[in-house]
Ligand binder design. Structure first.
Ligand code: NAG
Length: 129
């Protein structure tokens, strides 16, 4: 018969050593204040109540929570033409890619969809309408 205590002990030691290392890495990320930008780059429309102006940048800040479940989702509506929900900030997806440029996640609403940039220079369509 094998000894359960002897088998568990090495496993527990391994976990106790690895856990603080993993924790100190993610702790740094928890201190970062990410900037989330949503920019209206749609064609010019007549102004309406509660609509964004053309090229208006709506921005807010967020930190990542301890469990990395931080999530902001938005409903973008272009008049009565197009509408779609999109995830403007999702910790597990964005914590690394938004480190490059002042901790920014930048979204641009355009005629064919919603574009993402992590450097305010290259844009990729992430959500077609
Ligand atoms: C992105 O670049 C434009 C053009 O240089 C600038 O006006 C804008 O402030 C920048 N946006 C961010 C979020 O840095």
């Amino acid at each position: 018969m094998f000894n359960l205590k002897e088998m568990l002990l090495p496993l527990m030691l391994a976990l106790c050593i690895m856990y603080p290392l993993a924790f100190s890495v993610s702790e740094d990320i928890l201190l970062i204040n990410y900037h989330i930008h949503i920019i209206n780059d749609l064609p010019l429309e007549p102004p309406t109540n509660r609509a964004m102006f053309q090229h208006q940048d709506y921005a807010w800040d967020s930190k990542i929570n301890l469990f990395r479940t931080t999530l902001f989702f938005c409903n973008a509506r272009w008049r009565n033409k197009k509408q779609r929900y999109f995830e403007a900030f999702k910790a597990t997806r964005d914590e690394d890619r938004c480190l490059d440029y002042h901790f920014s996640c930048i979204w641009s609403l355009r005629y064919d969809g919603i574009y993402f940039s992590s450097d305010n220079y290259t844009w990729t369509m992430q959500y077609p309408w």
